[in-house]
Design a protein around this ligand. Structure first.
Ligand code: SAM
Length: 347
């Protein structure tokens, strides 16, 4: 059967296989084959394969030893993998239990099966989970060569954003200063620091910050990561504060990160616009902002661009470098990213 495969010279095979495994892109249903000095590694999603790797279609033998949940169920259940956990989104409790039993009986290396029990809630964006099998809700997840410990019941984390985070991380240069305003357990901060950036990650959720610190240590980048548990708006003074002249705010805010960052990540898609004054205060003279938004498909990028210009101009010249659809969020709604360069204007 023809399947998408990454083709690499045999000597680069192991490094590439491990890179693809870290990104959870290897299709375990098919055998890796060697032919004429090249290795063909079957992949699950050719679109998600990093641009520097070649994808070809070719025949590959099915692995006979793997029993999948679908083999046992007679239908193909949808689920996400997060470390040794499987995450379900099933409304029907009986169906969820049936899938959980099949997952455990299959050859998937899984210890825990969780079913979504609520939508993401409140400012920490955490959801409730039903533990169907396994000891607890803590996992260790690998993504593009980084390892993240996290408790899905205490912090926000989505494995679906792996490709997007990798796209942004690839832009990071050694020595730059990167500030993640909504850092979670560190899926932007840790790979940025691995590329040599000096990073600050802020989150209002103390559990996320505890995991961010642990994950910086796990990945050997604690020297380049500062993790701060706070509402990011309390860290710097903005022009709005100056207009209001609130002495109380001035007492608590400091200049440490004002005019500081070469790069800012704003991944709080429903309300990032409310934090733009803070982002502009943190931005250095030449700063790229990765601004995540959720908007209607008719004009997915317009509201974000207008909001950024309204706050950053005329202090900064604003140029949009990338307009990217990350994924479909809901019918007619898209999760998008704007990569925007802010250059302090000379006027
Ligand atoms: N960047 C992480 C990721 O990709 O997994 C987390 C993104 S999650 C959508 C948004 C995060 O922002 C949550 O961890 C939440 O606790 C945090 N947050 C919400 N309001 C905040 C605020 N005012 N200041 C700092 N962090 C905040």
């Amino acid at each position: 059967m023809d399947v998408p495969c990454v083709r690499v010279p045999r000597e680069e095979g192991e490094a590439t296989r491990s890179r693809l495994a870290d990104a959870d892109l290897i299709d375990d249903g098919y055998e890796i084959t060697v032919e004429d000095g090249s290795l063909y590694i079957p992949v699950t999603d050719s679109e998600a394969v990093p641009d520097d790797l070649e994808v070809v279609r070719r025949s590959a033998d099915e692995r006979e030893t793997q029993t999948t949940p679908a083999d046992l169920l007679g239908f193909d259940p949808s689920y996400e993998r997060l470390g040794k956990a499987v995450l379900l989104d099933e409304d029907d409790g009986d169906r969820a239990r049936e899938i959980a039993d099949a997952v455990l009986e299959s050859d998937l290396p899984v210890e825990t099966v969780l079913n979504k029990a609520s939508k993401v809630k409140g400012e920490t964006r955490v959801r409730d989970w039903e533990l169907l099998t396994g000891a607890d809700t803590e996992v260790v997840h690998r993504e593009y060569g980084c390892e993240f410990a996290l408790d899905v019941a205490e912090v926000y984390f989505s494995p679906r954003l792996a490709t997007e985070r990798h796209r942004v991380a690839q832009q990071v240069e050694s020595g730059e200063r990167a500030f993640d305003m909504f850092a979670g357990v560190g899926p932007f901060v840790v790979p940025f620091a691995k590329r040599g950036a000096e990073c600050v990650g802020v989150d209002i959720n103390p559990d996320a910050i505890a995991y961010l610190r642990e994950n910086a240590r796990r990945n050997g980048v604690e020297d380049r990561v500062t993790a701060i548990c706070a509402d990011v708006r309390t860290l710097v003074s903005t022009r709005a504060d100056a207009d209001e002249d609130t002495t109380q705010v001035r007492d608590t805010k400091g200049p440490d990160y004002e005019n500081w960052a070469d790069r800012i990540v704003m991944n709080l898609p429903h309300s990032a616009d409310e934090f733009l004054e803070t982002a502009v205060a943190i931005a250095g003279d030449d700063c790229v902002v990765h601004y995540y938004d959720i908007q209607h498909e008719d004009d997915p990028f317009g509201p974000g661009e207008r909001a950024i210009r309204a706050v950053a101009e005329p202090e900064y010249d604003v140029s949009v470098e990338t307009r990217r659809t990350v994924r479909s969020y809901a019918p007619h709604e898209l999760n998008v990213c704007l990569d925007v360069r802010l250059e302090r204007s000379s006027a």
